[in-house]
Design a protein around this ligand. Structure first.
Ligand SMILES: [Zn+2]
Ligand SMILES: [Zn+2]
Length: 322
């Protein structure tokens, strides 16, 4: 079968690999579609390294070979026995493995995967929508941790695919969303998806504008741009006793002397929110269709990842299908 195999920075190739072995509690899933995520781009650019020869991809769905059912694949494994598993936080499992990073991933024609990693897809979710559930699950996880109250201000810094989902979920939670990004097309999309205010830092000072809008600082802040500057700015955006989520990989150092009794925490992918993510999309509460800018076949994966990595093409979500 064919798969997207990592051989180092800017060297991910579609090539022939052995068919997966179906054993124990695993089932065979035939790949139908997936999407390229920021993590894949970190690998592509060489910011992060994984074992050479590993299949990449961690956001995808397929068809179960045994039942014919459409299923989203959750990319996080857990042991079910460690401290974190036993305390209801299986995504923090001490023996966690991530498909497409520390374990062979989803961008292959088929995969043998544990049944507990499969979430059935309702008919109301389209093939394209099912290909991008990871950022929905991550946005839900982050807003669930931030616990905003209705009518709270939520400032979402960075309106890439993850930020645009944070904007939508914050709005769903009843927040007034302030969306921040340097690209006008992304800010326009953020408005369409529910942002009440937008700030472009190439034109305005972010902390000053947030103060003007909120009066006291933002009740919650989501940092989803991942740059040193935006991370170090978060203490100046949040109100006293507010909460700040630093999403995924971020750079820089927080000077907590700049913060006034605020709460800062980091957040990563969570498998627990996948079923709710699928339901929200089925119930048309989250718009994924508007995020799709490019589509490629798995056979053209190299072109797909080049496009996702090329800002001149204004990519948001790049979909890969069988
Ligand atoms: Zn991802
Ligand atoms: Zn565990």
């Amino acid at each position: 079968m064919k798969a997207a195999v990592y051989h180092g920075p800017r060297n991910i190739k579609i090539e022939e690999v052995p068919e997966p072995q179906v054993k124990g509690s695993k089932v065979l899933v035939k790949f139908k579609a997936g999407s390229i995520c920021g993590t894949d781009l970190h690998l592509y650019r060489g910011d992060w390294k994984i074992k050479r020869g590993r299949i990449i991809g961690h956001d995808a769905w397929g068809i179960r070979a045994d039942t014919g059912e459409r299923v989203v694949m959750s990319p996080v494994t857990n042991c079910g026995k460690c401290y974190f598993c036993m305390h209801g936080q299986p995504s923090l499992c001490e023996r966690v493995l991530y498909y497409g990073l520390t374990k062979g991933g989803f961008f292959a024609q088929s995969i043998a995967i544990k049944e507990k990693n499969l979430i059935p897809i309702p008919d109301a979710v389209s093939d394209d929508e099912a290909a991008m559930m990871e950022p929905v699950a991550l946005a839900l996880h982050t807003l669930n941790l931030l616990k905003p109250n209705a009518d709270d201000f939520a400032t979402v810094v960075g309106q890439g695919p993850i930020g645009l989902l944070m904007t939508q979920i914050a709005k769903l939670k009843g927040c007034r969303v302030i969306a921040v990004d340097t690209q006008t097309n992304r800010l326009r999309l953020a408005e369409k998806l529910g942002a009440e205010y937008t700030i472009n830092p190439t034109e305005e000072d972010i902390p000053k504008r947030v103060r003007e809008i909120t009066g006291r600082g933002s009740d919650v802040v989501v940092e989803a741009a991942g740059t040193q500057k935006t991370v170090e700015q978060t203490p100046f955006l949040v109100r006293k006793a507010g909460r700040v989520a630093l999403v995924g990989e971020f750079e820089g150092y927080l000077n907590l002397g700049d913060a006034d009794e605020a709460c800062f925490f980091s957040t990563y992918i969570s498998a627990v929110e996948y079923p709710t993510a699928v339901n929200l999309v089925a119930h048309k509460k989250v718009d994924l269709q508007s995020l799709i800018t490019h589509k490629f076949k798995l056979a053209d994966f190299e072109k797909a990842i080049q496009t996702a990595n090329d800002p001149t093409q204004k990519p948001i979500k790049v979909i890969i299908s069988a």
